[in-house]
Design a protein around this ligand. Structure first.
Ligand SMILES: NC(=O)C1=CN([C@@H]2O[C@H](COP(=O)(O)OP(=O)(O)OC[C@H]3O[C@@H](n4cnc5c(N)ncnc54)[C@H](O)[C@@H]3O)[C@@H](O)[C@H]2O)C=CC1
Ligand SMILES: O=C([O-])CC(=O)C(=O)O
Length: 313
C-alpha cells in the first residue's frame, strides 16, 4: 500500500495529485490545504473522473488535518504563494519560508519516514530550509525544479528543431531561478546526435535563454505562475521514488563538496529511487560550465542568507 500526500491543493498541488492518480503512481493520494473544503472538493471532483479515465487510485482531501496524511511514503510540498508578473521567485521567501517550515514539521509528526519533495518557491532555498530545520538525512529532502526546467528545455529544443519533444534529450542544472538555471546544451541530443549538428550556436543560445525565463514567460501570460508542467514534473519525481525507477533527474539536493559546493541545495543530476536520492551523479563540467555553476551557487547562497533575515533559520 503506497501513499503520497500533496500539501497545498492549489494549481500545482492539485495538478500533481491529478497526474499521480491518473498514472496510478500510488494507491492513495491525500491533498491537504488550509482553505476550508477546497481539498475535499478537488478530491471528490477527481474521484468522479476515475471511471471515465479508468484509474484505481483513491484520492482524499482534508482541511489542515495532518492525521489524514499519516504514514505517507512521499510528501510533496506545494503550499505557499506563487509569483505575479514582474516578480522573481526569490521575492516569495518572506511568506513562503514560514509556510514551508511549519508544514514540513507537521508532516513529520505523522510520517516520520517520509521522503519530502519541495516545490514551493524559491525552491532551492525552501529545500535548504527544510533540510536545516528538520535535520533529516539528505537523501530524504529533494527539491523539484530540474525536472520541470529540463522538460521546458526539451520543449524549446524540439520547437527549434521542428521535431517531436520525446526524441530530444537534455537537462538543466543549477538554481531554479530566472538567472541561475544552466541548460546543458553541450549534452543535449536529438536521436542521440548532438543538437549542435542541427542548430546554430545563436539558435542554441536563444533556446537556453527561453528555458531560463520559461517560468517568467508563463507567469506573464497567465497572471500567476504555471501549473500543468510543474504539477506533472512533481508527479514524475514522485513516481521515480515510489516505483524505485532509479531515473536520473536533476533535482535540488544538499551538496557536501560535489561540484565544488557545500552547505547548499542546488540542482544536479541524481538517481531517484525508493530511498529518495540514491546517488548524486558527478558530471565532468568544462570551464565555462564550472563558472556558470559557481555563479549560480553564489546567487542561491545569497537567497539562503535571507532565511536568517526573515527569521526562518
Ligand atoms: N519548483 C517549481 O518548479 C515550481 C514551484 N512553484 C511554486 O509552487 C507554489 C504553489 O504554486 P501554485 O499552486 O500555483 O499556488 P496556488 O496559490 O494555486 O496554491 C497554493 C496553495 O497553498 C495553500 N496553502 C497556503 N498556506 C498553506 C499551509 N500553511 N498549509 C497548507 N496549504 C497552504 C493555499 O491555500 C493554496 O491553495 C508557489 O510557491 C510557486 O511559486 C510553482 C511552479 C513550479
Ligand atoms: O515561475 C514561477 O514562479 C513558478 C516556477 O517555478 C516555474 O514555473 O518554473
Amino acid at each position: 500500500m503506497s501513499k503520497v500526500t500533496v500539501v497545498g491543493a492549489g494549481n500545482v498541488g492539485a495538478t500533481c495529485a491529478n497526474v499521480l492518480a491518473f498514472n496510478e503512481v500510488a494507491d492513495e493520494v491525500v491533498m491537504l490545504d488550509v482553505k476550508e473544503g477546497v481539498s475535499e472538493g478537488k478530491a471528490m471532483d477527481m474521484m468522479q473522473t476515475a471511471q471515465l479515465l479508468g484509474f484505481d487510485t483513491t484520492l482524499v482531501g482534508c482541511t489542515n488535518d495532518y492525521a489524514q496524511t499519516a504514514d505517507s511514503d512521499v510528501v510533496v510540498i506545494t503550499s505557499g504563494i506563487p509569483r505575479k508578473p514582474g516578480m522573481t521567485r526569490e521575492e516569495l521567501i518572506g511568506v513562503n519560508a514560514g509556510i514551508v517550515k511549519s508544514v514540513a514539521e507537521n508532516i513529520l509528526k505523522y510520517s516520520p519516514n517520509a521522503i519530502l519533495v519541495v516545490v514551493s518557491n524559491p525552491m532551492d532555498t525552501m529545500t535548504y530550509l527544510s533540510l536545516k530545520s528538520l535535520g533529516l538525512p539528505k537523501n530524504r529532502i529533494i527539491g523539484m525544479g530540474g525536472a520541470l526546467d529540463s522538460s521546458r528545455f526539451k520543449y524549446f529544443l524540439s520547437q527549434a528543431l521542428g521535431c517531436n519533444a520525446n526524441e530530444v534529450e537534455g537537462f538543466v542544472i543549477g538554481g531554479h531561478g530566472d538567472t541561475t538555471m544552466i541548460p546543458m546544451t553541450r549534452f543535449a541530443t536529438y536521436k542521440g546526435m548532438p543538437v549542435a549538428n542541427f542548430l546554430s550556436e545563436e539558435k542554441l543560445k536563444e533556446v537556453a535563454a527561453a528555458t531560463m525565463v520559461g517560468g517568467a514567460t508563463l507567469t506573464k501570460l497567465l497572471g500567476t505562475s504555471a501549473w500543468y508542467a510543474p504539477g506533472a514534473a512533481g508527479a514524475f519525481v514522485v513516481e521515480s521514488i515510489i516505483h524505485n525507477q532509479k531515473k536520473m533527474i536533476p533535482c535540488s539536493v544538499f551538496l557536501e563538496g560535489e561540484y565544488g559546493e557545500s552547505d547548499i541545495c542546488i540542482g544536479v543530476p541524481v538517481i531517484l529511487g525508493k530511498n529518495g536520492i540514491e546517488e548524486i551523479v558527478k558530471l565532468e563540467l568544462n570551464e565555462e560550465e564550472k563558472a556558470a555553476f559557481a555563479a549560480s551557487a553564489k546567487a542561491v547562497h545569497a537567497t539562503n542568507a535571507a532565511l536568517k533575515e526573515v527569521g526562518a533559520l
